[in-house]
Design a protein around this ligand. Sequence first.
Ligand code: ADP
Ligand code: GN1
Ligand code: MG
Length: 359
Amino acid sequence: MNFEQILKNFQLKGTFISCEPYGNGHINQTFVAVYDNYGEKKRYIVQKINHKLFNPVEHLMQNVELVTEFNRKKILERGGDPDRESLTLIKTVDGKSFYKLDDDNYFRVYIFIENTVAYQTVQNPQDFYYSALAFGNFNNLLAEFDASKLYEVLPRFHDTQKRYNDFLTALSKDEFDRASECQAEIEFIKARESYYSKIVDMLASGEMPLKVTHNDTKLNNVLLDDKTGKPVSVIDLDTIMPGSICYDFGDSIRFGCNPCEEDEQDLSKVNFRFDLYKIYLQGFLEALGDSVTQVEKENLAFSSILMTIECGMRFLADYLSGDTYFRTHYPKQNLYRCRTQLKLVSDMEKILEQMNALI
Ligand code: ADP
Ligand code: GN1
Ligand code: MG
């Protein structure tokens, strides 16, 4: 890709130096670009947007623009630094939030938030506590955001019943003849069918409040200060849509209470970290304050199981379908990712009572 040429379409100052792959996202392709502006080096995050998933890209980018502008205003009001505490889009030369090179190449550029770190696993419990504060505050902030302005870019994103039906479809097709090697995983997912419609049913009946949520609250979607460890900014705003805060809580637990990488092959190392669960719960509830309802609290532990098995079935469905959704770096990576999720589910099931007792 000729980044020097592509980036000429954005309002960037200085001389192009380089643009290299960056980060660990599964969906978009992320790069870091370096510019020299009169001797001062400045970095930018460049993303090639997954336009097949986010279709049309216009809708995705309108959401990102609205949410980042809303956040920036809020940050300014409380005397913060919006270039650091929020994602900031660099507009194109004609004032748009993304650049379309051709039908297969859509790009956006953000200010690189320096002196921060995005962790793949929890390095120390304090980091996890701070990420709970970050996501909890983010949920609180979005409570004031008018949901009707947002496109539902990925409809039914955390509708686990729909995810299960999609999984069953992938299984019945078994296009790559892979089902026979994952019988144990398939049975595990099928045996838990009674879980899948619980939260969507509660949302539909109104028992569970519908809020504007982030929907992808992995630890690596929050930037922490690399010296103090304190939260700096929540990133990856592609999936902001109406949902339940239980989704945001559960997804953080799924990722953060796994002591290993998502694709760890040695399952004896993948043991659910109940100590970290307690810490995250404390931080999350602290940040939510009075805005959290009883029914939300009662479903936080269950949602941790639900979000984890949902992700497990998505990885397995993608494996069965030939690895077209989540970016993989080697064969069977999606199967290994699925296995870690199912191991965490079975660990959580054993201590669900203790998890609930903390509320
Ligand atoms: P994906 O949707 O593919 O997960 P992300 O938007 O989460 O992509 O970006 C991938 C990674 O790039 C993040 O985990 C983080 O490490 C890094 N990153 C993204 N945006 C910024 C930014 N503005 N400043 C610094 N690092 C960033
Ligand atoms: C994807 O974009 P990224 O890598 O932060 C996925 C999440 C999954 C996650 C699993 C839009 O997140 O839903 O939980 O991978 N995002 C999308 O690691 O599907
Ligand atoms: Mg991400």
